[in-house]
Ligand binder design. Structure first.
Ligand code: GLU
Length: 474
């Protein structure tokens, strides 16, 4: 299927989910339309010198909703990008931010290139040119629109964006807040790199911790001991797998671009990553697992949890009937098409939806933006103070009880949190609280059948409240 058609289908799926949730509300049609449509899309082309010639590159930035500012969302570098895909992703960002109470509207950008075919110098040129095009149209800025990493981009690209923005905006004190997911010396925050995958783990752990919900799909409580398959070993998939394994889950299969592998007794993630590096980037023929006939086969493996963490439209009406997982945790944006979802529901498969489950990235982006605006590292002011207070408390307890604590006990109690610990704790709190919000909506709403509809309804309610408060829709 061509990229345009894929993008159209993706947007149609997102809109379908919206309509399904909107049916559980009583808002006027005009308000629902305003929440659903994309406010603005900037589409542009520019030439860059590549090899001995020139290439004309197509790019977009979509700002779905300005009900809160800035708008926020990643930039992807993908040869499959299309205008509808960018709009669908920007739309999901608005709802995602609402679900996890991150006070931003939704945005998304894309450059239609295959970054693997570009040298680092060429990528830098593309990124800087893209940024200056956004600056020209006022589509970037700490109070306007704040990009972040997405498929095919990372901290390096974000650092180039921040640098370009600063060059064009000399003296703007909050300029570093124009983009998140940056390197630490460029104003990034500890924990952002692994945030999306860590959020996926916190969300799945929370879902598995409900005895009632697990029983309903024939599983026992807890993530410990559950088997899982991950699709995609990029930043999201790798970290989701890493934290799930640390939480006691067993990785039995992996799907990647080059194929699929399986071992029912578990695959060692770090050894697999090392093998992939030595094997020209391919995980095939890994000694600790068997090769599957193709990558699609990995999605259909017997397991408790399937984590699609690559791209959209991976589970469609064509393969949904063959999925054997009991839970699907959407690490990627839009991996399940809406017709596939109906099939999964009949099969009693629990879907933990993207707009909640992969919101860890934007949550920690929010923390990074706050850090940039406050110009101080989280924990800097209070870490030592907290530690000293606890030390004095321990001294008091020791003298009152005449029982000196061991140094291990002291370390456990007397500890001021550093930036990474605060970020982890803020993310954990967000994922737990948001999970219970959507679970409660699902339980309380008559006729509602899945967490995705509950999450969409939660987002619609929160965005509608903003419009009511603005007095636009009395
Ligand atoms: N690209 C990520 C997403 O789809 C992160 C967005 C952000 O941090 O702004 O959620």
């Amino acid at each position: 299927m061509d990229a345009e058609k894929q993008g159209r289908n993706f947007l149609a799926s997102v809109d379908h989910y919206f309509d399904k949730a909107a049916a559980y509300t009583n808002y006027p049609d005009g308000l629902l339309t305003q929440i659903k449509i994309c406010n603005s899309v900037y589409s542009f082309q520019f030439p860059i010198k590549k090899g001995n010639g020139y290439e004309v590159v197509t790019a977009w930035r979509a700002e779905h909703s300005h009900h809160k500012l800035p708008v926020k969302g990643g930039i992807r570098y993908s040869e499959h990008a299309s205008s509808d895909e960018v709009v669908a992703l920007a739309t999901l960002m608005s709802y995602k931010c609402a679900v996890v109470d991150v006070p931003f509207g939704g945005g998304k950008g894309a450059i239609k290139i295959n970054p693997k075919e570009f040298t680092i110098e060429e990528l830098e040129k593309v990124t800087r040119r893209y940024t200056s095009e956004l600056i020209k149209k006022n589509f970037i800025g700490p109070a306007i629109d704040v990009p972040a990493p997405d498929y095919g981009t990372g901290a390096r690209e974000m650092a180039w964006i921040a640098d370009t923005y600063q060059v064009f905006n000399p003296g703007q004190i909050d300029a570093l807040g124009c983009v998140t997911g940056k390197t630490i010396p460029q104003g990034g925050i500890r924990g952002r790199n692994e945030a999306t995958g860590l959020g996926v783990f916190y969300g799945l752990r929370e879902a598995c911790d409900s005895e009632e919900d697990m029983k309903a799909i024939g599983l026992t409580k807890g993530i410990d001991g559950k088997t899982f398959v991950v699709q995609g070993l990029g930043n999201v998939g790798y970290h989701a797998a890493k934290f799930c394994i640390e939480g006691g889950a067993v990785m039995v299969g992996v799907a990647e671009y080059e194929g699929g592998i399986y071992n029912k007794n578990g695959i060692d993630l770090e050894k697999l990553m090392a093998h992939r590096k030595q094997n020209n980037g391919s995980m095939m023929d890994y000694p600790g697992a068997e090769n599957l006939p193709n990558r699609e086969a990995a999605l259909e493996l017997e397991c408790d949890i399937l984590i699609p963490a690559a791209l959209e439209n991976q589970i469609t009406a064509a393969n949904a009937g063959r999925i054997k997982a009991k839970i699907i945790g959407e690490g990627a944006n839009g991996p399940i098409t809406s017709d596939a979802e109906d099939i999964l529901e009949v099969k009693n498969i629990m879907v933990v939806p993207d707009l909640y489950l992969n919101a860890g990235g934007v949550t920690v982006s929010y923390f990074e933006w706050l850090k940039n605006l406050s110009h101080v590292r989280f924990g800097r002011m209070e870490k030592r103070f907290v530690q000293n207070t606890f030390d004095r408390l321990i001294e008091y307890v020791e003298s009152a009880t005449e029982r000196p604590l061991t140094s291990e006990e002291k370390n456990r109690i007397a500890h001021g949190a550093d930036e990474a610990e605060l970020v982890y704790s803020g993310l954990e709190e967000t994922m737990i609280t948001s999970y219970h919000q959507i679970r409660e909506i699902l339980k309380q709403t008559k006729g509602m059948t899945n967490l995705r509809t509950a999450a969409f309804k939660n987002a619609i309610d929160k965005i509608a409240t903003c419009y009511f408060e603005l007095g636009i829709f009395p």
